[in-house]
Design a protein around this ligand. Structure first.
Ligand code: G3I
Length: 323
């Protein structure tokens, strides 16, 4: 069998995302998952809106398909994400009960989900993107904050810890490198969680030319200094942040710059102490399936494989970052 990224990485898991539809289709996608990766994150099917579509009615079938594939193929699964304002079912957004009833509903949901996946999912993003962008109140005014108070994040971590003392609990957010304000707010939030948290997920949706090496390093340093695991959780590297609608292919210049950025990120991650290592996850396998295409509405080639599942220069960059 070929030596993949997961074999080259040695001291940390190399992850990517998948969907139950990709698992059932098999083919080149699942072959690459098996060759290159040993950690899987569900792109959207282990979020509250999918797992808990109506009160008292859980739907774990898609997550189970991903977990079963991972177990058969000796991969870990990172659970993403129990609480996220962008994946909250409408019945929760429109919850008509008291705040106390809301809180116990959330406790039941977290407990039920963690017990369902106990021993099958190694780690969970308990809360995703609780922080505001900008310098106002650090926390978004989500339904969770409205109903459970400013300390809802800590409450959710406590519910998760009570449900499964063995699973690793992460806080996950974006722009950790590109915004010093947000990075500071994240570390303050994490410090309030004390020993309830095991790790920090920095999403790492970045570009070929930013953020700077030093700001990426600052995310690693702040995590390591707290004795926490670091998950570079959603790495993709835009080659068209200029949003040029007319660009028709990935130029050699941009491909080379993207390769260098992959190398830089992997090098920073690989240099952190073993105790702080967890996983480096890319948010997708091949370029044409990236969320970025719909999100920005312009062409881009943000991942390590092209639309024909061929390795790009970015893949070599990942390997060079391990040298
Ligand atoms: O494929 C189904 C289709 O069969 C169905 O008919 C349709 C209608 O429900 O849904 C389709 O699934 C969509 C899925 O993307 C695949 O395209 C979901 O609706 C849609 O919600 C889902 O969006 C995901 C989004 O998070 C919201 O969950 C994206 O795939 C995913 O890349 C994105 O990932 C987020 C991270 O979780 C957090 N960080 C930011 C990142 C990008 O937004």
């Amino acid at each position: 069998n070929t030596t993949g990224l997961k074999d080259a990485a040695k001291t940390f898991s190399v992850g990517t995302i998948t969907r139950s539809s990709y698992i059932s289709a098999g083919g080149r996608h699942t072959e690459i998952l098996k060759e290159e990766f040993n950690n899987l994150t569900s792109e959207y099917e282990m979020k509250m809106n999918v797992m808990y579509p109506s009160q008292g009615n859980y739907n774990f079938s898609a997550g189970d398909a991903i977990v079963n594939f991972a177990q058969v193929n000796g991969m870990n699964v990172h659970g993403h994400a129990l609480i996220w304002h962008n994946a909250t079912p409408s019945w929760v957004e429109n919850f008509s009960g008291t705040n106390a009833e809301f809180e116990s509903m959330i406790e039941d949901y977290i407990t039920t989900t963690l017990k369902h996946y106990k021993g099958k999912v190694r780690s969970w993003d308990v809360v995703n993107e609780a922080l505001e962008d900008g310098s106002g109140h650090p926390l978004r005014n989500s339904i969770f904050r409205q109903k459970m108070g400013d300390n809802y994040v800590k409450k959710c971590f406590q519910f998760a810890r009570n449900a499964d003392p063995d699973v690793m609990l992460f806080y996950n957010d974006y722009n950790m490198a590109s915004s010093a304000t947000k990075r500071k707010a994240m570390f303050n939030l994490v410090d309030e969680l004390g020993d309830l948290i095991d790790g920090i997920g920095a999403q790492m949706h970045i570009s070929y030319n930013r953020p700077s090496t030093s700001s990426i390093q600052a995310v690693a340093d702040g995590t390591v200094s707290r004795g926490l695991k670091l998950h570079f959780a959603e790495l993709d590297i835009r080659t068209n942040p200029e949003k040029d609608a007319n660009v028709s292919e990935l130029s050699a210049t941009k491909a080379s710059a993207q390769k260098d950025k992959f190398k830089e990120v992997v090098k920073i991650y690989n240099a952190i102490p073993l105790d702080n290592k967890f996983a480096l996850t890319t948010w997708g396998v091949r370029d044409n399936e990236s969320w970025l295409l719909d999100f920005w509405g312009v062409p881009d080639w943000p991942l390590m494989f092209d639309e024909n599942y061929n390795k790009k220069a970015a893949y070599e960059g990942f390997l060079e970052g391990l040298e």
